[in-house]
Design a protein around this ligand. Structure first.
Ligand SMILES: *Cc1c(COP(=O)(O)O)cnc(C)c1O
Length: 236
């Protein structure tokens, strides 16, 4: 077997072990948390190694890269996640490639995803991105506007809202990150009661290499992990 695959397998086992422990700490099991392997630091070759090492959920932040990997890996059993900001002129091609859009970060974008999905006769699953840290350079909705946003998007055809996504602030230390993750969970719990029937808020996509254990303890159902999976593999 390829050396790279072996290294990734080892890293993956370590990460899955930590996911399991954190899930148990929050009264859940490893099966309640989906690991999305963020492969944005590498090309299609190493992304293929990740799939071979046993991870079938692949996250990308640049749409053009996602398109080309989707084409390169088209014979493999793999699901792609668009985790980074998506411009509206890239919606058409992106929604044909993905299982889940994490970055539903504006009404204009979500409108466009809905309209393109109608044209293509598909249903696109997506998460609402929330700016919990208040960082000005972060995308996402303000927590205070979410209730009205839910009403606005509930009427849009051919989209399927699955929950929310957030990132801890760039400047946030562990206790700030934990507070931000808890804030997203509390927000979700509060919105349950006003949530339109056709909107599900079951998923919380939060946590990356530096803070995924915290995020899981605070209720993450999806973690997006890159760096930790590639330790020992040089970035070219
Ligand atoms: C890059 C990225 C990640 C993964 O970050 P790591 O620190 O490498 O684990 C997660 N989420 C988003 C939105 C990203 O852009």
């Amino acid at each position: 077997m390829d050396d790279t695959v072996k290294i990734i397998e080892t890293n993956l086992a370590e990460v899955r072990e930590r996911i399991a422990r954190s899930a148990e700490a929050s009264g859940r099991t490893a099966g309640d948390v989906t690991l999305v392997a963020v492969c944005k630091y590498f090309g299609s070759d190493i992304t293929t190694d990740v799939v071979e090492a046993g991870c079938r959920e692949i996250g990308e932040n640049r749409p053009q890269v996602l398109w080309s990997k989707a084409s390169d890996l088209s014979t493999l059993d793999v699901r792609f996640h668009q985790i980074g900001h998506l411009q509206r002129n890239k919606v058409r091609r992106t929604i044909t490639c993905i299982d889940l859009l994490h970055a539903g970060d504006s009404l204009r974008l979500i409108n466009s995803v809905s309209a393109e999905s109608v044209k293509q006769g598909i249903v696109t699953r997506l998460l609402i991105e929330v700016n919990v840290s208040g960082d000005e350079n972060k995308h996402g909705f303000n927590p205070t506007e979410l209730e009205s946003v839910l009403e606005d998007i509930a009427v849009l055809p051919n989209i399927n809202i699955q929950g929310m996504m957030a990132m801890a602030g760039l400047e946030s230390d562990a206790s700030n990150a934990q507070r931000e993750f808890a804030q997203l969970r509390e927000l979700r719990d509060r919105l349950f009661s006003v949530c339109p029937d056709n909107v599900s808020l079951k998923h919380l996509s939060m946590g990356m290499t530096r803070d995924y254990e915290l995020a899981i303890r605070e209720g993450a159902t999806i973690v997006r992990i890159g760096t930790a999976l590639f330790e020992g593999i040089p970035r070219v």
